[in-house]
Design a protein around this ligand. Structure first.
Ligand SMILES: Cc1ncc(COP(=O)(O)O)c(C=O)c1O
Length: 390
């Protein structure tokens, strides 16, 4: 048996460790380095030292990337300073001027901004498809990449990844098919491993669950064999990197990812089920719920669900929504998610391919690691405030 046969939970603990090289320290410590010294001219000319210059990696960044590659089943992982940087890097590693990018309509909004502003200026055209569409009619002769985010982080619609991979890879664009890129931040590699389903580049905003403590900005892209070299080269050519401090926090978070996610899931399910039964609520957007339209796809592809879900309220005036949210004791009002704390924000959903229809205001909840009973009691009081102002 090798490490490859170990379960995710075991590899998240064992991979990327270099204790022998660090006086027995269990987790690789933070390396801050720009210059790396060579022992001799021969060693410099041989160019075979594991570390050559701070920007090109240190033991801390290498530990993080090696651990992630093992969990993603990747040939190569590169770390960067944020999730959105990882998204930009992944797209640019496959698309060039004149290419068409087919982007899912439920993508993270800054991904859309990147496509509609910078990529457009650089001659890469983006069009949008609804998450549940058959992508075949959307493919163009110059389609170079198809981007997925499943589920989307505001609407929680799921995508049939295998069908998308099949259509994209079989597409006759004279370049051997279109590449498939996926923002897998919602599931993390614990609950879904994109590369194992034929995706070429798996993207993660490690800022969220991998970091897990709302105190680090970090991203990575993991590539399969055929996409590894271009990703590695562009990462170097653009001078991208993530600091030793941030990779250390990512690595530290990774060690407890599976226990944290199990708890996030349990609490999210408890909150979602409780909210679903409330008269003020029109519906819950959470694929782990049996009633969710994406539940069958979720069961097919995912081994779990994180703590992020949507809440569609019945129509209510803005002051009632404000009274509900502002008075909550345990839910912070803030963007982001994946930390230990509960959050709530309004979901402003932008669509251009097909409208997303909702019965009333849509909110997004992140179920943190607090006691589920305390969170429910807080929400109950909030809904009473909402009712009294409606
Ligand atoms: C689904 C998704 N992808 C990517 C990102 C971007 O991550 P970062 O904030 O680290 O750039 C976010 C951030 O909220 C996100 O929700």
């Amino acid at each position: 048996m090798s490490a490859k046969d170990d379960k995710f939970e075991t590899r998240a603990i064992s991979q990327g460790r270099m204790s022998d090289a660090h006086f027995g320290a269990v987790n690789t410590p933070v390396y801050r380095a720009s210059t790396i010294l060579y022992p001799s001219l021969d060693a410099l000319e041989a160019n075979d030292q594991p570390y050559t210059y701070g920007r090109r990696g240190t033991p801390t960044t290498r530990s993080f990337e090696d651990a992630i590659s093992s969990l993603e089943g990747a040939a190569k992982t590169v770390s960067v300073t944020s999730g959105i940087q990882a998204i930009g890097l992944a797209i640019l590693s496959v698309c060039s001027a004149g290419d068409h990018l087919l982007m899912v309509d439920s993508c993270y909004e800054p991904t859309r901004n990147l496509c509609d502003r910078a990529l457009r200026r650089w001659g890469i055209t983006t069009s949008y498809y609804a998450p549940t569409d058959d992508i075949t009619p959307h493919l163009r002769p110059n389609t170079r990449a198809v981007f997925c985010e499943s589920p989307g982080s505001l609407t929680f619609e799921l995508q049939d990844i295998a069908a998308i991979v099949k259509a994209a890879h079989g597409h006759e664009n004279g370049r051997g098919g279109a590449s498939v890129l996926m923002d897998n931040t919602w599931a993390t590699p614990l609950f879904f491993q994109p590369l194992k389903h034929g995706v070429d580049l798996s993207i993660q905003a490690a800022t969220k669950y991998i970091g897990g403590h709302a105190d680090v900005m970090l991203g990575y892209v993991s590539a399969n064999e055929s996409h590894a070299a271009r990703l590695h080269h562009l990462h170097g050519d653009l001078g991208l990197y993530a600091s030793g401090d941030d990779c250390f926090l990512g690595l530290r978070g990774l060690r407890t990812l599976s226990v944290r996610l199990a708890r996030h899931q349990e609490t999210a399910l408890a909150l979602a089920r409780w909210l679903q039964a409330r008269p003020e609520v029109a519906r819950i957007l959470y694929p782990a719920l049996e009633s969710d339209p994406g539940h069958a796809l979720w069961r097919q592809y995912f081994s779990g669900a994180c703590g992020l879900f949507g809440l569609v309220l019945k129509p209510a005036p803005q002051p009632a929504i404000a009274a509900f949210i502002d008075g909550l004791r345990h839910f912070g009002i803030g963007y982001s998610w994946g930390g230990f704390e509960s959050l709530i924000v309004p979901a402003h959903i932008k669509r251009t391919a097909r409208p997303f229809t909702a019965e009333g205001p849509v909110l997004r909840i992140h179920a943190g690691l607090e006691d589920a009973g305390d969170l429910i009691a807080d929400l109950e009081k909030g809904l009473q405030r909402l009712k009294s102002k409606s």
